[in-house]
Design a protein around this ligand. Structure first.
Ligand SMILES: Cc1cc2nc3c(=O)[nH]c(=O)nc-3n(C[C@H](O)[C@H](O)[C@H](O)COP(=O)(O)O)c2cc1C
Length: 268
């Protein structure tokens, strides 16, 4: 068990914890104190109670320190809508890369951003595999191409065939890194997508480019041998991206049709 109870020396009875998590926190009217109870050990360790306690009065065991940084209490002061929206709108799929590997400390920053992504019920089962060896990337790309060509698919099979004839890698574009997100938890599909999206955006802030590789994802889902023997991952594959320093620049962002929405007209 990780949350142990309340430090009554510190508790100011604000009841934020009760409002946040009435499943396990309650106010004992007779004793006039907050009580924590989780007999079946069901707490998901999301730490929201701790984050909402202004007195840091939630007792815990084996939990990490809370994070603090300027703006954590008012995130809207950290970045304007315009800056954030422009930053996201400028995100392009990068398909040309410099022959330069990403240093470990920079890759760790991307992984840190992925780590802080939310997951359903705070279940932390996602795993990442980073492939940085050029030969392995080539072998994986060739295997994905083989499967696509053998599929006879008019768009992707024919495309892969032509690319191979011309000596192009249209799977990983000779990117320096391939990142595969996977797990054994069948509920991780959305969690993985959110984590990868965060990772790709934070990568952009570090001068890195990235691209989703749905073609490799599809092959890894359906071909156990390629997944285990070449990619070296087990369980379910939830997403594949490439990462590296971009060797291409975009001078504009493309227009997009507004998401078709019902209910907007009801707002003033
Ligand atoms: C789920 C998903 C799968 C994708 N798979 C591939 C892929 O296999 N190969 C590729 O070159 N681009 C892939 N892309 C990139 C899209 O083609 C690209 O996002 C789209 O053309 C728009 O370009 P932009 O990202 O530069 O705005 C994928 C994108 C998404 C969201």
């Amino acid at each position: 068990m990780s949350i142990l109870g309340i430090d009554y020396e510190k508790c100011n009875l604000c009841k934020n914890c009760v409002n946040e998590c009435p499943s396990y926190f309650s106010f004992d009217v007779d004793q006039k104190k907050i009580v924590f109870s989780d007999p079946d050990n069901l707490c998901s360790r999301c730490n929201r109670c701790r984050c909402r306690c202004p007195e840091d009065a939630i007792l815990h065991e084996n939990m990490e320190d809370l994070l603090t940084f300027e703006g954590v209490q008012d995130p809207n002061t950290l970045i304007s809508y315009e800056t954030l929206n422009n930053f996201m709108t400028a995100k392009r799929s990068i398909r040309r890369y410099k022959k330069k590997k990403i240093p470990r400390n920079v890759m760790e920053k991307v992984l840190t951003s992925m780590t802080h992504a939310p997951t359903g019920a705070n279940i932390r089962t996602l795993r990442c595999k980073i492939i940085s060896d050029d030969n392995t990337i080539k072998q994986l790309s060739d295997s994905v191409m083989d499967v696509l060509i053998a599929s006879g698919n008019a768009k992707y099979g024919e495309g892969a065939k032509k690319a191979r004839e011309m000596g192009f890698d249209t799977i990983f574009y000779q990117a320096p890194h391939v990142l595969i997100i996977h797990s054994n938890n069948p509920g991780d599909a959305m969690n993985a997508t959110i984590a990868l999206t965060r990772g790709m955006l934070s990568a952009q802030s570090l001068g890195l480019g990235s691209c989703w590789i749905g073609l490799a994802h599809g092959v890894l889902i359906s071909n156990k041998e390629i997944k285990e023997k070449i990619a070296g991952v087990k369980g379910k594959v939830w997403g594949v991206i490439i990462l590296g320093y971009p060797a291409q620049r975009f001078y504009y962002a493309p227009p997009r049709p507004m998401i078709r929405t019902k209910g907007l007209d009801e707002l003033e």
